[in-house]
Design a protein around this ligand. Structure first.
Ligand code: HEC
Ligand code: HEC
Length: 174
């Protein structure tokens, strides 16, 4: 169940990024009605409300956060000021989107001569690929074999760890 959900989110996310990046640019005449977003620096300026909502919900899901994680609240109106750049998380998210697009363009662009993948590599990464529902992606493998995920011979972490029961394969649990 969870697996399916994850796959769905990754798929939706990749699709949304590609959709937003290509469709919105190619068909400006269909999107003349200005949705009136005030402060877009990485998303297309003529993005529709529907597209924006999709992207924002996917980013939230990818990081396991609510809108307020990136968007500041206006102290006077006590409402979320979506155009404000007051939160560093929002600035980071912009960089992250640029990075994600660069990775996809450089390493995952469709390559008709890509013999290794049957001639058409279409896979791409999205926020969820790294974030997996967390604000901070894990940089190291989960502790296992009582050695904190370190390579054999490296110093174990303080306090060591619990060796897995004999005969059981590593579970990948923390
Ligand atoms: C991971 C960070 C992040 C989360 C979570 C997030 N946003 Fe955003 N949002 C951004 C960034 C970054 C921009 C600016 C994009 C740009 O510069 O092109 C933005 C822009 C917007 C804008 C356009 C504001 C304007 O006028 O310029 C709206 C509306 C918005 N978000 C709504 C939401 C809603 C609603 C949610 C929750 C469902 C949400 N966002 C969750 C990062 C986030
Ligand atoms: C290649 C892996 C990767 C991808 C893809 C990725 N991120 Fe990140 N992101 C990271 C890492 C690693 C960090 C933690 C950096 C740190 O700890 O300083 C991070 C941090 C962040 C933060 C700051 C979190 C905080 O607590 O301050 C935000 C916001 C964020 N990412 C948003 C996004 C969004 C939105 C996307 C998709 C458009 C995305 N990321 C795609 C690896 C990734």
């Amino acid at each position: 169940m969870l697996k399916h959900k994850k796959t769905l989110i990754v798929t939706c996310l990749s699709a949304a990024i590609i959709f937003v990046a290509t469709t919105a640019m190619r068909a400006p005449q269909q999107q003349q009605e200005e949705p009136g977003f005030k402060n877009l620096k990485v998303l297309p300026k003529n993005i529709t409300h529907d597209e924006m909502e999709k992207v924002m919900h996917e980013w939230s899901a990818a990081l396991g956060q609510r809108c307020g994680f990136c968007h500041a609240r206006d102290a006077q109106t006590n409402k979320t000021d979506f155009a404000s750049d007051a939160k560093p998380e929002k600035l980071m998210a912009r960089k992250m989107m640029t990075m994600t697009e660069k990775i996809n363009k450089k390493y995952f662009k469709e390559d008709k001569d890509d013999k290794d993948h049957g001639g058409a590599m279409t896979a791409a990464i999205g926020c969820y690929t790294c974030h997996n529902g967390k604000a901070h992606p894990d940089a190291t493998a989960p502790a296992r074999n009582g050695n904190g995920g370190r390579a054999p011979g490296m110093t174990p972490p303080p306090g060591g760890g619990t060796p897995p029961p004999a005969g059981n394969p590593p579970t990948g649990q923390k």
